[in-house]
Design a binder for this molecule. Structure first.
Ligand SMILES: C[S@@+](CC[C@H](N)C(=O)[O-])C[C@H]1O[C@@H](n2cnc3c(N)ncnc32)[C@H](O)[C@@H]1O
Length: 278
């Protein structure tokens, strides 16, 4: 039975606004790995990519210039609803579907991506499905980012305090993080057995994105653990968010915390695996 944690429309909407997309350099590393075994056509395009556990399209949209068609699938109808609202590209489409049964033909896909979601899947079933849909030489890429971001602002002391506040919030929700998936993600998938033998791992890819107090707040409230708290104990959840706002007022030295601007750094990791030619 798959774990379903991103079902509500409010959660999906917050998620769409606050979660980072992977940096272009990470997508570049995936395309280089793919190209080294399976070059694109003369227009620089590969036929088909699938982004599984696509959420609201954080990765799906980044592949629009490299594939003739990209399908984003997710088990949550609310997430796919958000992805469809943001989709203006004719070669991108989305479908509600579990990663364990992908609605595509055998050997029809050049690249499968799974960002920040592999730890929720039934791996055995998913790998069987990967092997079925990937063309020989096709690539599976899975990646994620650390839940405790390193935050930069021009002021190094507020940077440290903002990072500490995220960590404090994460620990406060300790009992509500789905396990063992969350610890596995936090370990950057240490010990993960990839589906094929030709593999490549990049352990750290840093990216810095412009952030606001609003996004910072939304990032924390988009966590599955916070959404669990909201469901189980709304009063405690309100105290939790009031406390974030109060602490932000002190750290950012303003009452208008949601408008404050700073830079926010995420640390991504990437694992890739290529299906053999024969
Ligand atoms: C943390 S979000 C990641 C979304 C997006 N890929 C990103 O990078 O932000 C995890 C997503 O995986 C989806 N998910 C969890 N289990 C799934 C499964 N078995 N099949 C497909 N999607 C699944 C959830 O609905 C959720 O949207």
């Amino acid at each position: 039975m798959p774990i379903q944690l991103f079902e509500s429309e409010t959660h999906a909407s917050t998620y769409a606004q606050a979660r980072p997309s992977p940096p272009q350099s990470l997508i570049g590393s995936i395309l280089s790995f793919l190209e080294s075994g399976f070059p694109p056509d003369t227009n620089g395009l590969w036929p088909q990519a699938v982004d599984v556990g696509a959420g609201s399209g954080q990765t799906t949209f980044l592949m629009k210039d490299h594939f003739k068609h990209i399908l984003g699938i997710d088990i949550s109808a609310a997430q796919i609803g958000e992805a469809n609202k943001r989709n203006i590209y004719p070669n991108v489409s989305f479908k509600v579907s579990p990663a364990e049964t992908i609605p595509l033909e055998n050997e029809s896909v050049s690249l499968v991506t799974a960002s920040q979601c592999l730890h929720w899947f039934d791996l055995e079933k998913f790998y069987t499905e990967l092997n079925r849909i990937l063309v020989p030489g096709g690539v599976f890429a899975t990646f994620g980012y650390l839940p405790v971001p390193i935050i930069s602002t021009d002021d190094s002391s507020s940077k440290n305090k903002l990072a500490q506040l995220v960590e404090k919030c994460r620990l406060e929700l300790s009992d509500l993080w789905e396990q063992p998936g969350t610890d596995f993600l936090n370990s950057k998938y240490t010990g993960l057995k990839l589906p094929f033998n030709d593999n490549h791992k990049i352990n750290t890819i840093k990216c810095s994105v412009p952030y606001s107090g609003q996004k910072y707040f939304d990032y924390i409230t988009s966590w599955s653990a916070y959404n669990e708290l909201m469901e189980k104990n709304p009063e405690k959840a309100k105290k939790f968010t009031d406390n974030i706002v109060n602490q932000l007022k002190v750290i950012l030295e303003t009452d208008d915390v949601f408008s404050a601007q700073f830079h926010h750094e995420f640390e991504f990791f990437l694992l890739m695996s290529r299906k053999p030619e024969n």
